[in-house]
Design a protein around this ligand. Structure first.
Ligand code: SAM
Length: 166
């Protein structure tokens, strides 16, 4: 028994990226490819004043997860570590929800052009929120278990989404 209640979530748009079946582990800020988000027409008014912000949170549904979901995982860039899925940014989570912070390049009609994203082409969009400097920037934040790894420089590249052969 639990107290779960019904949750209704609707796709509000779609994310366009150059990645069909392989994407960086996290967004690459200076990725030179084109990335944009199309908001469904009925939500277009919700973009009012969004362009006054430099950064936004993009929340999306990781629709192409094919492998089994586990509560304990090992990130591909830290294979020797076993951690709980909620202490990770793994896409293999119970609700397949992903979160990326990206820079707004421009907004034209119902399209938001952004800096690099770490999602496959046509990933369903669930929400957008502004990244508000004085609200979201936690100056005493830490790196949790990632600090326990002893190959910081190399791992920092992976954490930033940059693959091995980069
Ligand atoms: C490590 S996750 C991080 C996602 C997000 N930045 C976060 O922290 O929640 C990024 C990986 O998710 C996978 N991925 C991207 N888009 C996906 C989709 N639509 N369905 C399933 N997996 C996806 C890719 O393998 C990509 O490297």
């Amino acid at each position: 028994m639990n107290d779960n209640i019904a949750v209704n979530i609707e796709q509000i748009g779609i994310i366009k990226t150059p990645y069909e079946d392989k994407a960086p582990f996290q967004p690459i800020d200076n990725d030179k490819e084109e990335f944009y988000i199309i908001i469904n027409e009925q939500y277009r008014d919700g973009l009012k004043k969004l362009k006054t912000f430099k950064y936004i949170y993009i929340i999306y549904y990781l629709n192409q997860i094919k492998i089994e979901k586990k509560m304990l995982i090992s990130p591909p860039w830290a294979e020797k570590k076993e951690i709980g899925v909620f202490a990770s940014r793994s896409p293999m989570r119970p609700n397949q929800i992903g979160l990326s912070i990206v820079k707004i390049k421009k907004i034209i009609d119902n399209r938001i052009y952004t800096s690099g994203l770490d999602v496959f082409n046509n990933t369903p969009l669930l929400d957008i929120k502004p990244y508000i400097k004085d609200l979201d920037n936690k100056t005493d934040a830490n790196n949790g278990w990632v600090s326990e790894l002893n190959d910081d420089g190399h791992l920092a590249l992976h954490i930033n989404g940059i693959p091995h052969n980069y």
